[in-house]
Structure formats: structure tokens, C-alpha cells
Design a protein around this ligand. Structure first.
Ligand code: NOJ
Length: 502
């Protein structure tokens, strides 16, 4: 069996509102993305994942879908989507869309029908309860502690929303909902997309009895039915040729709970690992997490690794700029498919968003500020007024400025992606962590006798290299002048070891 493309791929996440604005309205759009796709190709990535582009009132910036089979006018048209997919394919890039199956917008025609009256044919497409008070203790995932229920004036019943009241949850216990959402997948698969990132995939299964969440047992997510539903989605992908990919946002902070989503062989191909993404900066913690997930997936299942996305403070802010370079080496040298978030290759920190410019309901504007392409007003992102303030360091961190500067984040990422592409041991090799000094996380990747040692210093002071490094050849360092025998503060190094004897 040939290896599916996504096993050796690096995926680059585009947040369409903030990538490139071709029509000068201050919001990024599909034409802008198409014009800038060469940046992704030149970076060395293999695929793009676009955050939602569908028609949406934008209460959650596209994660509130009002029409799954049309493009929001702010982003362009279906023709622009077709042109983007065609251009990406010409450049050798695959395209993943964001599939948002847990909920729709409250302005989706399905919800309009459902809420109108109790006897509406689509009433059961959403989750309704006729109780006097709030039906249970489930709360909105937006961290504001508010109930996940809103009473709808039309009938006086409560509807469920895992996120905003403007995002009513679809009822996946209703077979017609599943069938309709499968048709959405087919619509885009026919248009040539190579797969989907599945929003809050773990919430497609909930307790149909709507039991209260209890300590140690959630009833509003990760219910056993989720696995059947993800297998259903996988079967739809398999109706099409070309190894179409399903990567799930499975926001479970326990790797033992995450693994079953990818190990059965008939559900998700990949799942994002938020336990890993949220770790504090500690060599021991990262090593333990990676070792554990390796064990959990060794028999089957392929890891996906990411440290940044549109919902989290960026690594350069969370950990600091120098450590973000170490994090880049980590994500791009582990066994598994790396996912990068636009701007991480520029070493962007979170942007500065003053209170009067805040637009997101959950504090995520800083990681979503526009990509700086060039110095000057609008940073090459827009000639209009950007929807979020451009990055305060745009002049210094713009793509055009970093290009060709060997000390830049951009050139580090390009070098790392080129190395990964040229090195079977990094793409397909086994992983084994090795004994190292405190604060150093080190591992060997090995494939058909080719062996690479990766050594990451998490400490802000020098640390010894692991014994394996003796006599090894330097392949890459985050530092300009790596020293023999020791790692500098915040240094990551890749070394080639002698070939293993057969
Ligand atoms: C996860 C998405 O990544 C996030 O941006 C969104 O707000 C929620 N799911 C709801 O769709």
C-alpha cells in the first residue's frame, strides 16, 4: 500500500480574513489568498487548511455557517473558490476546508424552520427542550461560564448551543442531519478539495438523555456515538479517490482519550493534540507527552503536531521569540504531520489590539491580526483599513524584509521544511527519545539506517549535548555559531548520526 500524501505533508493553516486582501475592503479574501499561494509553496508546505469561507453572519467569524455550499461575499464567490483550488493544485498544494458540523448559524434556513414551531418538520434538526428552567448544567465553551442553552421566544423552548447563542447545535441523533451534512462534504469533494479539518469533532456525540456533566464524566462531548459519526464521515471521503483527509479538532486534554479517534483505522486520519499545544515550556513535560502519544499510536494511528492556531496565543508570545524557534524545530522534526499557522513562520508574536478594536467574543483577536507582507501602510495586507490593527512589528517582520536573511524566522522555517522534505528519517522514521541532561529534550529519528538526533535546549543557559552527539555531523542549528559539545541557551540542533549497522 502506498503511503498517503498527508503522512509526509506539512499543512499550513490560512485564516482567510487575515491573509491577504485583494479588494481593499480591509478583510482578507479568496483572491488575496490565491495571489499569495506562492508564499506557501516557497515555504515548502504541501497543503493549506482554510478556516471557514462559507456564508456567515460572522458572529464567530465564519464558524457560524448560514449556507454550507456558498462562499461568503466578504471572501468572494464560488468561482473564486474554484480558482483558488485550481491554482493551489497547479502549485502542488492540497486544499483542506474547515467543516463545521456541530452547529450552524442561527440564521441558517434550517434553524429558521426548526425554531418556528414545535411541529416543524425540521424541529429535530436542532436540540430542543421544553423545561421550565435551564435543562442541564452544560455550559458554553467560550469560557464565560454561561449556560449552553437559550430560551427561544417563538415556542418558549430551550435550544442547545455549545458556543454562542448564535451557533445552535445540530442534532446528530437525527439521521436527516447526518445525511445533509454528508452531502455538504460531497459538494466540496466534487469541487476538488483534498479533505477537511473538522471543527470540534469530539462534540458530534453527546448524551441523548442530556444528562448533567459530572466530575470525571462529560455528557456534552466524547460520547461513544461520536466514533460512529466520524466513521460515517470517513466513508463519505472514501467515496472519492485521492486519499481525501479528515483531521479533527478533538479538544480533549488527555492523550489517552484522544488516541481512539485515530487508531481504529476507520475514523479520523489525524487529530490535533491540544494537550501538547498547551504544555508549559519544559523539556520533561514535552518529552513525557510525546513519549506517551508515541506509545498510544505505535500500533496504528499517525500523530499530528501543532503549536499555533487561530484560537491560541502564539508561541512567540507564550514561550518567547527564541523559544519559539526551538518549538519550530520540535514540531517539524517529530514523527507525525506538522500543522503551521500563518505568521508563525515569521516569528510573529500576538498583535496589539486596543480595547476599542476588539471584535472577537473570546479574546482571540491578537493571534488573528493580518499577515505583514511588506513594509508600509497596510503592511501589504490591504490598501484599505485592516479589520484588525496590523502587527506592531510589521516593518521588521514582513515577509519581504525577512526573505534572504539567514537569521530570520522565515529562513529557519524554510530550511526546516526543506530538510524535512529531503530526509526520509524525518518524514517516516521511527522516534525514540534518548537520555539527556535536565532541560534537554532529545530524540533519534531513524529510517532504513539513516539516523538523525534532535536536541532541544529548553533552558535559558547552556546545557551539554547528549552522548549520542559525539562525532555526529551538524545538520542544522537555530544559532549561527553552534559550539562543540554543548547547546547554547534556547538552542535547537539537528545532527546526523552514523548509519545504523543493519
Ligand atoms: C473551534 C474553532 O477553532 C473556533 O475558532 C470556533 O470558535 C469554535 N470551534 C466554534 O466553532
Amino acid at each position: 500500500m502506498s503511503v498517503p500524501w498527508w503522512r509526509s505533508a506539512v499543512v499550513y493553516q490560512i485564516y482567510p480574513r487575515s491573509f491577504a486582501d485583494a479588494d481593499a475592503d480591509g478583510v482578507g479574501d479568496l483572491r488575496g489568498i490565491t495571489e499569495r499561494l506562492e508564499h506557501v509553496r516557497d515555504l515548502g508546505a504541501d497543503a493549506v487548511w482554510l478556516s471557514p469561507i462559507y456564508r456567515s453572519p460572522m458572529a464567530d467569524f465564519g464558524y457560524d455557517v448560514a449556507d454550507h455550499t456558498d462562499v461568503d461575499p466578504i471572501f468572494g464567490s464560488l468561482a473564486d473558490a474554484d480558482a483558488l483550488i485550481a491554482r493551489a493544485h497547479e502549485l502542488g498544494l492540497r486544499v483542506l476546508l474547515d467543516f463545521v458540523p456541530n452547529h450552524t448559524s442561527d440564521l441558517h434556513p434550517w434553524f429558521a424552520e426548526s425554531r418556528a414551531r414545535r411541529a416543524a418538520p425540521k424541529r429535530d434538526w436542532y436540540v430542543w427542550r421544553g423545561d421550565d428552567g435551564v435543562p442541564n448544567n452544560w455550559i458554553s465553551q467560550f469560557g464565560d461560564g454561561r449556560p449552553a442553552w437559550t430560551r427561544d421566544p417563538a415556542t418558549g423552548d430551550w435550544y442547545l448551543h455549545s458556543f454562542l447563542p448564535e451557533q445552535p447545535d445540530l442534532n446528530w441523533d437525527e439521521p436527516a442531519v447526518e445525511a445533509a451534512m454528508h452531502d455538504v462534504l460531497r459538494f466540496w469533494l466534487r469541487r476538488g478539495v483534498d479533505g477537511f479539518r473538522i471543527d470540534v469533532a469530539h462534540r458530534l456525540g453527546k448524551d441523548p438523555e442530556l444528562g448533567d456533566n459530572e466530575p470525571g464524566r462529560r455528557h456534552d462531548e466524547d460520547w461513544p456515538s461520536v466514533h460512529v459519526r466520524l466513521a460515517g464521515i470517513r466513508r463519505v471521503l472514501e467515496e472519492f479517490d485521492g486519499d481525501r483527509l479528515a483531521v479533527g479538532e478533538v479538544y480533549l486534554l488527555d492523550q489517552r482519550a484522544l488516541a481512539p479517534y485515530i487508531t481504529s483505522g476507520d475514523e479520523l486520519h489525524l487529530a490535533h493534540n491540544f494537550f501538547f499545544l498547551r504544555l508549559p515550556w519544559s523539556a520533561e513535560r514535552f518529552r513525557a507527552a510525546v513519549d506517551e502519544f508515541e506509545l498510544l499510536t505505535r500500533a496504528g494511528g499517525w500523530p499530528a503536531w501543532c503549536m499555533n492556531n487561530h484560537d491560541h496565543s502564539r508561541t512567540a508570545t507564550r514561550y518567547g521569540r527564541d523559544r519559539a524557534r526551538v518549538a519550530a524545530v520540535l514540531v517539524l522534526t517529530l514523527r507525525g504531520t506538522p500543522f503551521l499557522f500563518q505568521g508563525e513562520e515569521l516569528g510573529l508574536t500576538d498583535g496589539a489590539v486596543p480595547p476599542e478594536a476588539i471584535v472577537d467574543v473570546d479574546g482571540r483577536d491578537p493571534e488573528r491580526v493580518p499577515i505583514p507582507w511588506e513594509p508600509g501602510a497596510g503592511a501589504g495586507f490591504t490598501t484599505g483599513r485592516a479589520w484588525l490593527p496590523v502587527h506592531p512589528d510589521a516593518e521588521r517582520l514582513a515577509v519581504a524584509v525577512q526573505q534572504g536573511d539567514p537569521a530570520s524566522a522565515l529562513e529557519l522555517y524554510r530550511t526546516l521544511l526543506a530538510l524535512r522534505r529531503a530526509t526520509p528519517a524525518l518524514q517516516h522514521g521511527s522516534y525514540r527519545s534518548v537520555h539527556a541532561a535536565p532541560d534537554v529534550f532529545a530524540y533519534v529519528r531513524e529510517h532504513e539506517g539513516e539516523r538523525l538526533l534532535v536536541a532541544l535546549n529548553f533552558a535559558p543557559f547552556p546545557r551539554p549535548l547528549p552522548a549520542e552527539a559525539d562525532g555526529a555531523r551538524l545538520v542544522l542549528s537555530t544559532h549561527a555559531e553552534p559550539r562543540a559539545g554543548e547547546l547554547a541557551a534556547d538552542e535547537a540542533r539537528v545532527l546526523e548520526l552514523g548509519r545504523a549497522r543493519g
